[in-house]
Design a protein around this ligand. Structure first.
Ligand code: SF4
Length: 365
């Protein structure tokens, strides 16, 4: 078995990323087979439980209120709506539901209580529940854990160096702090990033350094390729080449052998052959459903046809970590503390992205 290392350097990772492709694929596939069943791929469903109106300025995101995109915002979904969608996802082969809300941070109050009830409801359907709700305090992480949350997603997005080109409203350290708060509970960590935002291969390696140094490493690492949405500052970015995606997946697999590598946004632009190479290189999860939060995604029936063609089996839930127990609200050990997460930029100034916003506005007139 190859060792789990937390001391990778950026140069070592870059050397792996730039290997001749056949050598890279062989090494990644060998490691993949040591730790995972190569014919099993998890199908996950991403639900946008609260869409749009986000105060952050992530340059890739159509949900940021400051950009001018065509997405339709909506308030928090109800628990029964979420349950209905989760049941539908389960019947089409999903074993995990990830609920995303376009918030800067979680605020204690009725909306968070509703999210906790959604977590309880989905966990009782025997599905893995993941949430991505923005920054989180330790108390909130404990409350989610008690409700039965299986994973919390908080992406690093890119390298620490390139991060400031993408987001100005929060710092890398804010992201790491939330991940640390999640790690103090039994909830597993899901954290990855996006390629195709104008970063260099060094930044891709830098992100993998940061993720691999977390101890333990994240149980789940989503690798997204940018879906350039009109009206965002990144609308003119060129699509990511499939070869970059394959290299990134393979390198992630080598650097973090145990993690579940998730082929995330950007799959509509990938052929079946390209996706098959990503699975061979170590990807072992896809997101199903016609939308990934707000961007397009392949139809679930098409995915199932691809699984049949490739001889892949959908992964059962709780394969590696046992299902958390759900504690009902009335039996909770935790009271809300109404703390604000410690945030590095309470008086942030928006520079680069503000210019992009003006440009986008001018184009719309
Ligand atoms: S990625 Fe998340 S935090 Fe950033 S603008 Fe979009 S919804 Fe907000």
């Amino acid at each position: 078995m190859s060792k789990i290392r937390h001391d990778w350097t950026s140069q070592e990772i870059l050397d792996i990323y730039n290997k001749p492709l056949m050598d890279l694929l062989f090494e990644a596939a060998t490691i993949h087979r040591q730790y995972h069943d190569p014919n099993t791929v998890q199908v996950s469903t991403l639900l946008s439980i609260k869409t749009g109106g986000c105060p952050e300025d992530c340059g890739y995101c159509p949900q940021a209120a400051r950009y001018h995109t065509d997405i339709e915002g909506n308030d928090l979904m109800s628990v029964s709506q979420v349950k209905a969608q989760a049941l539908r996802a389960k019947s089409s082969g999903s074993s995990r539901v990830c609920m995303g809300a376009a918030w800067r941070n979680v605020k204690d109050g009725p909306e968070f209580e509703n999210v906790l009830e959604m977590v309880r409801t989905i966990n009782k359907l025997d599905m893995e529940v993941c949430c991505t709700l923005g920054m989180l305090t330790e108390n909130q992480a404990q409350r989610l854990a008690e409700a039965g949350l299986y994973a919390y997603n908080h992406n690093l997005d890119t390298s620490e160096e390139y991060y400031k080109e993408v987001i100005s409203t929060r710092g890398y350290e804010d992201r790491l702090k939330t991940i640390d708060n999640v790690r103090k509970t039994n909830v597993t960590v899901c954290s990855g990033g996006i390629i195709g935002m104008g970063e260099k291969p060094e930044d891709r390696a830098g992100m993998l350094v940061a993720l691999s140094r977390l101890n333990p490493q994240p149980e789940s690492v989503p690798i997204n390729s940018l879906v350039a949405v009109e009206g965002t500052p990144m609308e003119e970015q060129k699509p990511v080449e499939i070869w970059d995606m394959i290299r990134m997946v393979a390198t992630t697999r080598i650097v973090m052998p145990e993690t579940q590598v998730r082929l995330s946004a950007g799959r509509t632009e990938m052929s079946r052959e390209g996706q098959a190479m990503c699975f061979f290189a170590g990807a072992n999860s896809i997101f199903a459903g016609d939308k990934l939060l707000t961007t397009p995604n392949p139809d679930v029936n098409e995915d199932m046809k691809m699984f049949k063609l490739l001889g892949l089996n959908p992964q059962k839930p709780f394969l590696k970590i046992t299902q958390p127990k759900t504690v009902e609200a009335e039996d909770s050990e935790y009271v809300p503390l109404s703390e604000k997460p410690k945030w590095s930029r309470p008086k942030h100034k928006i520079e680069r992205n503000e210019e992009a916003r003006k440009r986008a506005r001018k184009q719309k007139i």
